[in-house]
Design a protein around this ligand. Structure first.
Ligand code: UDP
Length: 403
C-alpha cells in the first residue's frame, strides 16, 4: 500500500516513513475521535489507519458515543473555542466528563501511543492506563472564549504533548507542543484521478448543467463555512458572468446544527435554478471528487477554519481556489501564487470574476497549487510527523546520538 505513493509523494517522506515504521514496528497506536463520518478528522482517519497498519504499526480507531445533549454541549464548546461566545455551565462540563467516563469503561484504552482528536474526547486522559498520550486540536483556537479554553486546558495539560494545525492556535499549556497540518490522500476515492465518463456520471446524477462555469463549495452546513456569504458572492458575480453555484454538504453525526443551517441556506437561495444545494449521503467521495474536478473555481469562504481540507482537495485537482483568510487556509493558499485569500463577500466575488475572465491565470495557479499540495499536504507527510512526535516524546531526555 505504501508503495502506491512512490512517484506521488516526496521521496524523502517515504524514506522517513519506512524508517519510523521499523522503529515502531508492532507497537500499538490508538486514535479516538467523536464521529466516523463527516468532517475532516474522520476523512483523514479512514485513510490513515490502513497506511499505519501497512507500515507494521498496530493501529486502531475508536469513536466515543454520546447522547444528544453531549453533542449539543460539544458543539457549543467548539463554537466558543472558535471565538463565538456560548455559555458552558459547570453542569454541562460535568456531563461532558460523565459521557467520557462511560466511554472509558467501554473502550480499550490500552496502547503504546494514544492520539485524542479534538475537545469531545479530551477528558479521556483522566482514564489513561498506559502509553504516551497526545491531544490533537483540529479547530481554529486563535481567538477562543477564554473561560472555555481555560477549562479545556485543564484536561489538555495532562497529556504528554499537544498537536495543532497552525502555529497561531498553540497555547501555553506547559507540555510539549507541535505543529502538524492535516493532509489529503492522493489515492483515495476523494482525490484519485477520474475519467471524463466518471465526472459526467456525477453531473448527470445531480442534473448539473455543463454549459456554464461552475463555482463550488464543499462543506458541512456550518455558519463558520459562510454558505450565505458564498451565495452573496455568487449573486454579485452573476450580474456580469453567467455561472452556476454548487453548495455540497453532508451531515456529520457530531454536528447537531447542520439541519438548521441547511434550512437557512435553502431559504436564502430561494428559487434560483442555478444554485444547486446538494445534500450528499456520508461517504460520497467519488461524487465530491467529480464535483471538484468539474468546477471552474473552488471556494472555501470560511470565517473560521481549523485547516480546510477542501482547499487542498481543490488545489490537488489543479483548480484555482479562493479561501477565507483564516485559520489553516493561508497555510495552503499563498495569495496570488496558489490561489487567492479573501476577507469579504465583495473580495470573493472580485476574485471569482478574475478567475472566470482569465482562464490561463486560473490554470497556472491551479498547477502551482497542485505542486504545493504535493510537497506539503499529502498524507504521507502527516503520518511521518505523527510518528516522529510519538518517537520523540517516547525517547524524551535521551541524547539524539542514542536514538
Ligand atoms: N466532506 C464530505 N462530504 C461533504 C462535505 C465535506 O466528504 O458533504 C469532506 C470534504 O471533502 C473534506 C472534509 O469533509 O475532506 C471536510 O474537511 P474540512 O477540513 O474542509 O472541514 P471540517 O468539516 O473538518 O470543518
Amino acid at each position: 500500500m505504501i508503495s502506491q505513493y512512490s512517484g506521488i509523494s516526496p521521496k524523502g517522506d517515504l524514506i522517513l516513513l519506512h524508517k519510523l515504521g521499523e522503529k515502531l514496528n508492532n507497537r500499538s497506536f490508538l486514535h479516538i475521535n467523536s464521529t466516523r463520518a463527516g468532517g475532516g478528522v474522520a476523512e483523514i482517519l479512514h485513510r490513515m489507519i490502513p497506511i499505519l497498519k501497512d507500515l507494521g504499526i498496530d493501529a486502531r480507531w475508536e469513536v466515543i458515543e454520546g447522547d444528544e445533549r453531549f453533542f449539543d454541549i460539544t458543539k457549543k464548546i467548539h463554537n466558543s473555542l472558535q471565538g463565538n461566545f456560548e455559555r458552558i455551565t459547570e453542569d454541562m462540563w460535568q456531563h461532558h466528563y460523565e459521557v467520557n467516563r462511560r466511554n472509558a469503561e467501554r473502550l480499550d484504552l490500552d496502547a503504546d501511543a494514544v492520539l485524542i482528536h479534538d475537545p469531545q474526547p479530551a477528558p479521556l486522559i483522566e482514564f489513561r492506563k498506559s502509553g504516551r498520550w497526545m491531544w490533537r486540536c483540529h479547530i481554529d483556537m486563535s481567538n477562543p472564549v477564554k473561560e472555555v479554553s481555560d477549562y479545556l486546558i485543564r484536561y489538555c495539560s495532562r497529556y504528554d504533548a499537544a498537536i495543532f494545525s497552525v502555529a497561531k492556535f498553540t497555547r501555553a499549556m506547559g507540555i510539549d507542543e507541535f505543529i502538524i497540518p492535516p493532509s489529503i490522500d492522493p489515492i483515495s476515492e476523494k482525490n484519485r484521478e477520474l475519467t471524463d465518463e466518471e465526472i459526467k456520471e456525477t453531473l448527470n446524477k445531480f442534473q448539473i448543467p455543463t454549459d456554464r462555469p461552475i463555482i463550488l463549495q464543499v462543506s458541512r452546513f456550518d455558519r463558520f463555512k459562510d454558505p450565505i456569504g458564498v451565495i452573496k458572492a455568487y449573486r454579485l458575480v452573476k450580474k456580469y458572468n453567467d455561472c452556476i453555484l454548487i453548495l455540497a454538504g453532508s451531515p456529520a453525526t457530531d454536528d447537531p446544527e447542520g439541519e438548521i443551517v441547511l434550512k437557512e441556506v435553502q431559504d436564502y437561495a430561494s428559487d434560483d435554478p442555478d444554485i444547486h444545494i446538494l445534500l450528499l449521503p456520508p461517504f460520497s467521495d467519488k461524487d465530491i471528487n467529480a464535483l471538484q474536478r468539474a468546477a471552474t473555481v473552488v471556494l472555501q469562504k470560511s470565517l473560521k477554519e481549523g485547516f480546510g481540507l477542501t482547499v487542498s482537495e481543490g488545489m490537488w485537482k489543479g483548480k484555482p481556489v479562493i479561501g477565507g483568510a483564516t485559520g489553516g487556509i493561508p497555510l495552503q493558499i499563498i495569495h496570488g501564487v496558489t490561489g487567492f485569500l479573501v476577507h469579504s463577500v465583495e473580495g470573493a466575488a472580485f476574485r471569482i470574476r478574475q478567475f472566470l475572465n482569465n482562464p490561463e491565470m486560473a490554470s497556472r495557479m491551479g498547477e502551482k497549487g497542485r505542486e504545493y499540495v504535493r510537497n506539503n499536504f499529502l498524507i504521507t507527510r502527516q503520518i511521518r510527523d505523527y510518528l516522529s512526535v510519538w518517537y520523540v516524546i517516547e525517547n524524551k531526555g535521551r541524547s539524539v546520538l542514542e536514538l
